[in-house]
Design a protein around this ligand. Structure first.
Ligand code: DAK
Length: 259
């Protein structure tokens, strides 16, 4: 275990676990938390033994948003100059290894945005998602108005961003925001289990899958299909493709070497 107090990391086999740890403030995000998450991703990305990451909070809150007390007296010039929690915010997005958000309790504002920046969300049945910034006189600042409509469509995104209401785990699953809903006491186990399945595959190939799915959000269908085809052809240059197909034909388990 490795703790930078507000962010704790653990290694579970081939999975890197990153836990936001500010329970006294519902895991509100400040520079230390966002820097800590980024440092943990840096470390796990550099570690060849890690194939997948899980980002989680505690049973009450994944993260209840950016730290309101800290930013309440900002003026524009100050927020701009200090680049408030922005400088490392994109680190999740630039991670090449998959990251699962395991969300229990509140994922609000920046907390919901951090979860959406992960590759998929596993939700405890206690999870509550929302973009309540409007209640504070601000708008979502880290992807809420952009990733949420892509995940749940315009109608529900408008509903959540304009009313500031929360959405429970069942509604979030129906709307397509979350991949799986599980009982709260099984959340971490389920997320670690799925992460460990992913980490058991060929790492370069999981990175290619992630890159290709993400391309769907950045390109036309024609361009996306072309990108996919090029990457698909490229998998025949991966040693693990030979091993994966040979193992199938020989009716044995493959041993991937990540090359
Ligand atoms: N910031 C600071 N402290 C918070 C907090 C937050 N977001 N959320 C909760 N806390 C603190 C509470 O103040 C309280 O502290 P004490 O009074 O005990 O000292 C403690 O956590 C427990 O909270 P409550 O007593 O309120 O607990 P309840 O169960 O009654 O309510 C709640 C839980 C999560 C529903 C409630 O605390 C709440 O509504 N929290 C605020 C949620 C919110 O409005 N979130 C959006 C914040 S704005 C950007 C990146 C990110 C952002 C913007 C830009 N860039 C990259 C540019 C993000 C903006 C936001 O997230």
């Amino acid at each position: 275990m490795n703790a930078t107090n507000v962010v704790i990391t653990e290694v579970h086999g081939k999975v890197g676990l990153i836990r936001i740890n500010r329970p006294e403030a519902m895991n509100a995000l400040n520079n230390d938390v966002v820097d800590g998450i980024s440092a943990a991703i840096d470390r796990f990305e550099a570690d060849d033994n890690i194939g997948c990451m899980v980002l989680t909070g505690n049973e009450k809150a994944f993260a209840a948003g950016a730290d309101i007390g800290f930013m309440k007296d900002f003026d524009y010039m100050h927020a701009y100059k200090i680049d408030f929690i922005t400088r490392n915010w994109e680190r999740l997005r630039t991670s090449r290894k998959p990251v699962i958000a395991a969300v229990a309790g509140f994922a609000l504002g920046g907390g919901c945005e951090i979860a959406m920046a992960c590759d998929m969300i596993f939700a405890a049945d206690s999870a509550k998602f929302g973009q309540p910034e409007i209640k504070l006189g601000i708008i979502p600042g880290a992807g809420g108005t952009q990733r949420l409509p892509r995940a749940v469509g315009k109608a529900k995104a408008m509903d959540l961003c304009l009313t500031g209401r929360m959405m429970d785990a069942a509604e979030a699953e129906r709307a397509g925001l979350v991949a799986r809903v599980v009982p709260a006491d099984q959340l971490l186990d389920e997320a670690l289990k799925a992460a460990s399945v992913i980490a058991g595959y060929s790492m370069p190939v999981t990175m290619m899958v992630k890159e290709s799915v993400n391309r769907a959000f950045e390109s036309s269908l024609t361009e996306g299909l072309l990108f996919e085809r090029r990457v698909f052809h490229a998998t025949f240059a991966v040693e693990d493709q030979k091993e994966g197909m040979a193992a199938f034909v020989e009716k044995r388990k493959p041993t991937f070497k990540n090359r």
